[in-house]
Design a protein around this ligand. Sequence first.
Ligand SMILES: Nc1ncnc2c1ncn2[C@@H]1O[C@H](COP(=O)(O)OP(=O)(O)OP(=O)(O)O)[C@@H](O)[C@H]1O
Ligand SMILES: [Mg+2]
Length: 225
Amino acid sequence: MLTLKQISKTYGNQEVLGQISFELGEEEFVSIIGKSGVGKTTLLSIMAGLVSPDSGKVIFSNSDITRYSEEQLAGFRLKNIGIVFQDFKLIPSLSVFDNIYLAIYPRKDIDEKEKNKRILDLIDQVGLSGKENKCVDNLSGGEKQRVAIARSLVNRPKIVLADEPTGNLDEATSDKIMNLFESLHKKYSTTFVIVTHEKDIAKKTKKVYQLSNRRLSPVKGGKTE
Ligand SMILES: Nc1ncnc2c1ncn2[C@@H]1O[C@H](COP(=O)(O)OP(=O)(O)OP(=O)(O)O)[C@@H](O)[C@H]1O
Ligand SMILES: [Mg+2]
C-alpha cells in the first residue's frame, strides 16, 4: 500500500536515512524501534509526505507522493493518513472537541451528525469523556497525547503513523490505547506504524523493525498471529 524506495535524507552533513526501502501492506500492525536521534520521526514524516526525501520515492497506491503538490498532499493525508505527532501539535487555545473537529472539518463526504458522533465516540474511547469542552492548554501531558490519538483516528485513515503514542502515559492507559489501536486495526483494517522505545509496546505489534545506522531492518520479537 505504501512503499518506500531507496529513501535517503541528509540534514546538513548528517546523513540520517540511507537508501531505505520498506513495504507497508494492507492491515499491518508494526512497530519501529531505535535510539534517540536515529531518524524515526524523520522516517514517519517522509511516509506522511510532510518531509521530502533527498532521493527515492514514496509510492502510495501506484503514485509517487514525492511528486505531489502541497494541495495533492493535503488531500492524500486527509483521507489516508492519521498522525500522532511526538509533540502532539494540538492548538492549545481550542477545546478537546474542537482540536479533533479541525481534523475532520474539511471532509465534505461526511455529514455533521456523523462527524460529531465519531468525535464523541473517540473521546470516550481514549478516556476523556466529560473533558470535551476543556481547553487543551489545561490538560496534562498524557491527556494531550490522548487527544492527539483521538484526532489521528477520526478520519478512519488507512494508515496511522504514531510517534511514541504512549510516551507520556502510565502502563494501564498505554495498555488501553494499544488495545484501542488493535481493535481499530481489526475493525477497520487500519494499518498502524508505531514508533516506540518501549519493548512491551513493540511486543504487542506483529512486526518489529529497527532503525539504526541509517537503515531499517526487521527484528525478531513481533507478536505472531
Ligand atoms: N529539520 C531538521 N533540521 C536539521 N536536523 C534535523 C531536523 N530534523 C531532525 N534533524 C536531525 O536528524 C536526526 C534524526 O532526528 P529524528 O527526530 O528523526 O530522530 P528520532 O529517532 O525521532 O529521535 P527521538 O527518539 O529522540 O525522537 C537528529 O540528529 C536530528 O537532530
Ligand atoms: Mg522522534
